[in-house]
Design a protein around this ligand. Sequence first.
Ligand SMILES: Nc1ncnc2c1ncn2[C@@H]1O[C@H](COP(=O)(O)OP(=O)(O)OP(=O)(O)O)[C@@H](O)[C@H]1O
Ligand SMILES: [Mg+2]
Length: 376
Amino acid sequence: MDSVNFIIICVSFSLLSSLAVIIISIPQRRLKRFFEQINFQGEGDEKIPRCIGREQVSKYLVKMRFKSTIPTDRWEKIRGDLELFYNKKICKMEQSRKDIRIMDIYFIEATLPPYIEWQDEFMEDRARFAIGEGYNGKVVWDASNLPHGLIGGATGSGKTGLLRCIIHQAIKKRWNVSVLDFKGGGDFTDVEQEAEKYRDLEDGYGPFIISDPEENRQLLLALTIEVKGRLAAFKEADVSNIEEYNARGREQFVPWLLVVDEAAELLDVKPKDKAEKELYTEIDHYLRTLARLSRAAGVHILMGFIRPSADVLDGQIKNNLLWRVCGYFSDPAASRIVLDNDRATELPPEIKGRFIVRDEEVQAYYMPIQKSAPEE
Ligand SMILES: Nc1ncnc2c1ncn2[C@@H]1O[C@H](COP(=O)(O)OP(=O)(O)OP(=O)(O)O)[C@@H](O)[C@H]1O
Ligand SMILES: [Mg+2]
C-alpha cells in the first residue's frame, strides 16, 4: 500500500513539474523568438537574453531580470519593442550592481492614481516630510539631507498644494513656519489657522503669512541674525548642526521652514524708485545668505516658481536649492531649468499634483482646503 502511494506521489510530482516546465518555457520560447526577430543578441554561449526572475517591487511595479551579455545602451534602444511585447510601459532599466550580466527591467503594472488625499498617518519623523507616492512607494523629502528645495511647474500644476501639505506637516512637528505669499489669494489661510493653535504668534518672529515687501525684509533680516546666532552657538558647543546641538538636551533650537510661493514676485521685481531698489537688493542679499548658511542651522527654504529662469533666479541661490520638484511643463527648456532634463514635459498635464521629484514620477498627497482649522 505504502509503495503504491509512493509511486502515485512520484508520478504526480513528475507530471506536475513537467507541466510547470511547459508553462514556464512557453513564454521563454516566445521571448527567445522575439529577441531573435529584433536581432537582439550578444556574444558568447548565451547569445539570446533569458528571463531569470520576476518580482513584485511595489503595488505599481514588477521587476523582470534578464541574463544577457548585451550592454545597457543597447537595451535602452529596444525599450519601445519590449514595451510592445509585454504590453506594459517600462519605468526604468538598470544593470544589476551585483552582476553586470543581469539587466533589471521595471514594468509598470498599475499607474499612479490621479489623487491621493493626505492623511496624518503618512507623517514621518524628524526633518522628513511625506510628499506622495511614486512607483517605488512613498516619497519623502529629507530636509536634513537636502535642506532647501525648488518647486517648479506651469500654473495650476499643484505647487501651492504641495507646499500646503509640507507646511501642515511642519506645523504638526511644531516647527516655526513663515510663508512669503505675494498672491494674497488666501492659499494658505487654513494652514495659518492651524498654526495659530500651536504657537504664540506674539512671541514668534512675525506673522505666519507675509505679503508686504517691507515686512518681508524684516523677517529675512531676523532670520539671518537667528541663523548666525545659531551657528555661533554650535561653534561654542563644538557641534556641527542643529540635531547634534538639540541632542545635548540643554537649550533647543526650533527648526524653521521658510516658504516662498511665487518667488519670482520677490526676485524679479522692477523697482519703482531708489528706496524700493534698496529694499529688493537687501531682500536678495538675505536670501542668498540664508540659502548658503542656514543648512546646518535647521532653517529650510522652499521656493515655488512658475519658471525659475536665470533672469529670475540667481545661480547662487539655485545651486543651494538641491531638492528639485517639477510639475508639468510643455517647454523642455523650462523642465531643464529645474531638473536638468526634459522629463517634466512627459508628465500628464491634466493630472494635478503630478511631479518629477528628483528623478521619480510622483503623485503628491493633497490636503483639501479646510473651512476651519483641522483638529489635532
Ligand atoms: N496633489 C494634488 N492632487 C490633486 N489635485 C491637486 C493637487 N494639487 C493641486 N490640486 C488641484 O489643482 C488646483 C491648482 O493647484 P495649485 O494652486 O497648487 O497650483 P499652482 O501650481 O500653485 O498654480 P499657480 O502657479 O497658478 O499658483 C488646486 O486648486 C487643486 O484643486
Ligand atoms: Mg500657486
